[in-house]
Design a protein around this ligand. Structure first.
Ligand code: NAP
Length: 157
């Protein structure tokens, strides 16, 4: 099955200048715990934003080019998503905007960290989705350095 995991601002902001907008320690920990041991799929730009390969996870990168250090490179993302939509293992799509957009129709679960903040200088956004088609479960609410956030898990009905 396909799961998306992302941290978004009030206007669905994801990133700017090739980096994250919100740096929330608890969110980093939650991301690590949730994805550990699983396959993680990311776009080439997100891959380039990482300081290193994500340990303990198979790092799969979508690109039309070659990525020598990736565990696997996907040239045809839609084909990969179609083939893995109904697998029993949970595969995490970890961004960025282009890859979330492609993967959204296949997602059984969407793990969103909803951050109570906005940034008009954002240059990548999470795709809008119809929340009526999902059950919304609040996992945890918290505050970090004055940033209020909620971990929410959406499950497709
Ligand atoms: N807030 C969050 O949770 C979060 C999570 C992840 C990333 N981000 C942020 O998001 C931003 C990056 O997002 P982005 O949308 O600019 O880029 P991205 O989705 O990370 O990467 C885009 C690249 O992925 C490849 N790609 C996309 N669709 C493809 C397809 N259908 N088939 C094959 N390859 C495909 C292409 O690589 P090639 O050009 O090599 O062909 C494309 O240029 C950064 O600012 C990052 O920090 C935020």
């Amino acid at each position: 099955m396909i799961s998306l995991i992302a941290a978004v601002g009030k206007n669905w902001e994801l990133g700017k200048n090739g980096d994250l907008i919100f740096h929330i320690k608890e969110d980093m920990r939650y991301f690590k715990e949730t994805t550990m041991g699983h396959k993680v799929v990311m776009g080439r730009k997100t891959w380039e934003s990482l300081p290193r390969k994500l340990p303990g996870r198979e790092n799969i990168v979508a690109s039309r080019g070659e990525i020598p250090d990736a565990d696997l490179v996907i040239h045809d993302l839609n084909k990969y998503l179609q083939e893995n939509e109904n697998t029993s293992e949970e595969i995490f799509i970890i961004g960025g905007g282009m890859v979330y957009f492609a993967a959204l129709p296949y997602a059984k679960y969407i793990y969103l960290t909803e951050v109570e903040a906005e940034d008009e200088r954002a240059d990548s956004y999470f795709p809008e989705f119809d929340k009526l088609k999902y059950n919304r479960e609040v996992i945890k609410e918290g505050k970090s350095d004055d940033l209020a956030y909620t971990f929410v898990k959406y499950t497709k009905k």
